[in-house]
Write a new protein. Structure first.
Length: 126
């Protein structure tokens, strides 16, 4: 924007485009956060139940094969719980290629530690 005394304020087209792009990126981030929150909520409920039952089953299991399978199941449930934790922690988003023509959110690059949170800035992989 060009501002000079005694002259009307003139809006620079580049400034308008930059502000418009920032608003679009913020809206995209809000959409990502809303979806992530929904996914976390919907997945955490059954994951908590599964985790509880697996723990109960592990307490009374003596068969080595069943114990191994239950331990694998428990590890996968914990892995899914970690994904939902990461989704809840998204503070910005960075995408990565997925297949020949799609982009997906890169969770590892989008999660910001609690002590480093600030203004979220979306980024796209090159």
């Amino acid at each position: 924007m060009n501002v000079q005394p005694d002259k009307p304020v003139q809006h620079d087209g580049a400034d308008h485009t930059c502000v418009e792009q920032e608003l679009i990126e913020r809206e995209k981030l809000q959409s990502v956060l809303a979806i992530a929150g929904t996914v976390c909520h919907e997945l955490n409920q059954p994951l908590q139940v599964l985790c509880g039952f697996i723990d109960l089953m592990l307490d009374g299991v003596t068969d080595d094969v069943r114990t191994e399978y239950l331990q694998i199941m428990a590890a996968q449930v914990k892995r899914m719980m970690e994904v939902t934790r990461q989704l809840r922690s998204i503070a910005r988003y960075k995408t990565k290629p997925y297949g020949p023509s799609h982009q997906i959110v890169d969770l590892e690059q989008s999660v910001v530690p609690d002590d480093a949170r600030g203004s979220a800035v979306p980024e796209t992989a090159a």
